[in-house]
Design a protein around this ligand. Structure first.
Ligand code: MET
Ligand SMILES: [Zn+2]
Length: 776
């Protein structure tokens, strides 16, 4: 083993990969469109990796000891591990990620409780596993011995750990009943062992194995008590025995290593791994000596990798300094709680000029990735040289925090009072039977009513009109005319198609959360704060920094205009409180439940204005309801209680004759099925086409007995479903529940689709609904 004495003074678990100017996105898209060759792409990515490593050194991480993480991935780090193990061939990397003529893409799903999505590897009992791709070794060498002759950087290769890899994998099609990916642990560990030997031979002093699955009950569901601990012990027992390996850092971000059935911190401490990174933002610091830790470095994940607020450095320094004594760790260093993958690059890239809530004061309160690296370096220097050595930085951080706490808008007494006064009445509508009768009377809908989920195709013209207005290149009047023309066209189309409940089409919305964030007090939106969602896809989460209120109606004008053009009901469309929180950076100085209540009240006002203007149907979308579900089962009931309550507060002011819809997508609903019922919506539309209506009987069995719109058209592909297919889906639905409850609608909004397939698909959907209606 190399003789580097202790873990580096300060580190981050990972850095954004997308590039400060989204270089990765552009390089990938250029390659996929055939404009660049594989070799050109490889060259661009190598340059991006090297520039990133040198940038981190410039920010203060040590260039020589493995402080700089080698956390790059061309598309997804879980796919990289599958390629490393030979489960996916390296030369078909993007086909595995995106699908091509010969194969579908791997399934994609959420990475723990973040908004990053990874590709789910498939492994069966006979899948060959070997050390098949040495990218981590090549990337290490390319920075340590740079071909450009410039400054070398000794990086710390970062790879998904073997236990987490298998817990996130799924059984390959055709695997026998009862097979679990974790059954392949020994084979996978053997391959990882070869990787470690190769990294050691290349001179890497450290390797980081990410094991976030160790903190998540949701990833380990189905394991017997003690099984996870045994797997960890076995995997790291083998890996630490590899001759010539680098020192091993096991990182366990996104939660607490010590709760749940197995005390995994103790298991890792008892192993021969040299360092363990714990998440002290989500998890608790150990308050007792941990046996075995005396020979281990504890990397205290004090800087939040998941959010964008500047840290209380003085408090963190005290905490880090105390940890060695309380835990008995051989050494303590500081790091981020998670990879910085989840935050934008640099606060200073943004102009804090007062537009879109970009209050100039915010700049001093925020820490994006680069600021967080600096925070880690400050803490590391403080630990090494004493608090006085970093006195100025600690004082500046404290001053920024104090400024934020006292700033106007952060606490708005009227908003706090209103939220505090909320009672059960505010979250309770009339009994469903009464509502159903009043709505039937008012709406006079046929059986099996047809509708859509809200958005219609966002054509290049619509985007151009919106962007021109945002840039100031179009007047308010021009913008309004463009949006109204689009709304009119969408209404005409829906009438022609014969849909029963219409929508205005959402042409004015750049994004279903950002649109509201731009109009609510307490939010700021960034111009360039991009965060990778998956592959080349990025999102720009708004920043929720203050108490939330609604200065003016947000959607009423568009909905009312649409309604003025037709006698059929037009649905008002809102994004729900949980989804607004899930897709924003949320303040860390108020419990999420309280923040949700404020957003709910703002939405409640909007529902009130919509209904006062004559809107008879209002849909409040909650696609992220499942997304914020805590990773630990013990934390789930409290979350479900406040999230359901927020929805009910948002909709609770609607009279009995207002039909409240909700819409959910993007997830398995099994774990939140009671919560879906708890929302008490009159109609719930859900993604269901790919699972062939499975959700309909599931909801029914869970006691849900109100309107249900299982998606009958998978809108994720341009494929037009035939009338026969939709008829079959609807027939399954009306057999599973009372047909009077069933609606016919697509899986989700149509904004990513084109008009051609939209028109054809909706035509078939309406024809199928009519056919099934005739059989009832
Ligand atoms: C991700 S859910 C999207 C719902 C939204 N109303 C839309 O139709 O686009
Ligand atoms: Zn959806």
């Amino acid at each position: 083993m190399p003789s580097t004495p202790a873990f580096p003074g300060g580190t981050i678990l990972g850095y954004p990969r997308i590039g400060r100017r989204r270089e990765l996105k552009r390089a990938l898209e250029a390659h996929w469109s055939g404009r660049t060759s594989a070799a050109e792409l490889a060259e661009t990515l190598a340059a991006l990796r090297l520039a990133t490593a040198r940038h981190l050194v410039a920010l203060g991480l040590d260039a020589g000891d493995g402080s700089v993480p080698g956390s790059f991935s061309p598309y997804d780090h879980v796919l990289d591990a599958a390629v490393l193990l030979g489960i996916e061939p390296a030369d078909r990397y993007f086909a595995a990620a995106r699908g091509d003529a010969t194969r579908p893409p791997l399934e994609m799903t959420k990475w723990f409780d973040t908004n990053y999505h990874y590709l789910v590897p498939e492994i069966g009992p006979g899948t060959p596993v070997s050390f098949a791709d040495d990218a981590p070794v090549r990337w290490f060498t390319e920075a340590a011995q740079p071909a450009d002759g410039g400054a070398p950087v000794v990086t710390r290769p970062v790879v998904v750990g073997p236990v987490t890899f298998l817990l996130l994998a799924t059984a390959a099609p055709g695997a026998p009943e009862g097979f679990r990916p974790l059954d392949r642990l020994d084979d996978v560990v053997t391959a990882y062992g070869e990787l470690l030997a190769a990294l050691g031979a290349a001179g890497a002093p450290w390797v980081q194995l990410d094991e976030p699955a160790l903190v998540a009950d949701t990833a380990t569901a189905g394991l017997a008590p003690g099984e996870l601990a045994a797997a960890v012990e076995r995997a790291y027992g083998s890996l630490t025995a590899v001759a010539g390996r680098p020192q091993i850092l096991v990182a366990a971000p996104y939660g607490d290593l010590r709760t749940g059935d197995d005390d995994l911190l103790a298991v890792l401490a008892a192993s021969d791994v040299e360092a363990i990174a714990v998440d002290l933002v989500r998890g608790e610091a150990p308050s007792r000596p941990v046996p075995g830790l005396a020979t281990t470095t504890l990397v205290a994940g004090l800087i939040d990798g998941h959010n964008i607020w500047r840290a209380d450095l003085a408090a963190h320094l005290d905490q880090a300094a105390a940890l060695a004594a309380t835990t008995g760790a051989g050494a303590v260093t500081v790091g981020t709680s998670t990879s910085l993958l989840h935050v934008p690059h640099d606060v200073d890239d943004e102009t804090w000029d007062g537009t879109d809530g970009r209050d100039p004061r915010l700049a001093a309160w925020l820490a994006f990735a680069d600021q967080k690296v600096t925070e880690v370096v400050t803490l590391a220097n403080g630990l090494r040289h004493g608090a006085d050595a970093v006195g100025a930085q600690l004082a500046a951080a404290s001053a920024a925090l104090a400024d934020r706490a006292a700033a106007a808008g952060v606490v708005v007494p009227a908003v706090r009072d209103r939220a505090a006064a909320l009672g059960d009445d505010d979250a309770t509508r009339a009994p469903y039977a009464e509502r159903a009768a009043a709505q039937a009377d008012r709406l006079r809908l046929p059986a099996l009513p047809t509708t859509t989920i809200g958005s219609f195709p966002q054509t290049p013209q619509i985007r151009a009109a919106r962007n021109a207005w945002a840039r100031g290149a179009a007047t308010d009047a021009e913008y309004r005319t463009a949006m109204r023309d689009e709304i009119a066209a969408v209404i005409t189309l829906q009438e022609e198609l014969g849909l029963d409940v219409l929508v205005h089409g959402e042409p004015e919305r750049n994004d279903m959360v950002q649109y509201f964030a731009e109009q609510l007090d307490g939010f700021a939106v960034t111009a360039g704060g991009w965060v990778q969602s998956y592959g080349s896809r990025c999102v720009r989460p708004p920043i929720l920094w203050g108490d939330v209120s609604r200065p003016a109606p947000m959607t009423v004008e568009w909905t009312s205009y649409a309604q003025s053009l037709t006698t059929r009901p037009v649905k008002g469309m809102l994004t729900g409180p949980v989804t607004i929180l899930a897709w924003s950076f949320v303040r860390d100085d108020l419990p999420l439940a309280d923040v949700a209540a404020q957003v709910a009240l703002a939405l409640r006002d909007e529902v009130g204005d919509l209904t006062a203007a004559g809107t008879a149907v209002v849909q409040v979308d909650e696609p992220a309801l499942r997304e914020l579900l805590p990773l630990r089962r013990a934390d789930q009931p409290a979350y479900l209680a406040w999230s359901v309550r927020a929805f009910r507060v948002a909709t609770g002011g609607a009279g009995p004759d207002v039909q409240v819809h909700t819409h959910l997508c993007y997830s398995d609903f099994g774990e939140v099925i009671d919560a879906i019922d708890g929302l008490d919506a009159d109609v719930t539309s859900l993604e269901a086409a790919r699972s062939r209506m499975e959700i309909v009987p599931e909801l029914h069995e869970a006691g849900y007995a109100r309107g249900i719109g299982p998606g009958v058209w998978d809108i994720h592909s341009p494929r037009v479903p035939t009338t026969a297919e939709v008829t079959e889906q609807l027939t399954l639905a009306v057999r599973a529940v009372d047909p009077a409850l069933v609606w016919a609608n697509p899986d989700c909004g149509l904004k990513t689709r084109g008009y051609e397939e939209t028109t054809a698909s909706l035509r078939n959907l309406v024809a199928a609904a009519h056919a099934v209606r005739a059989t009832l």
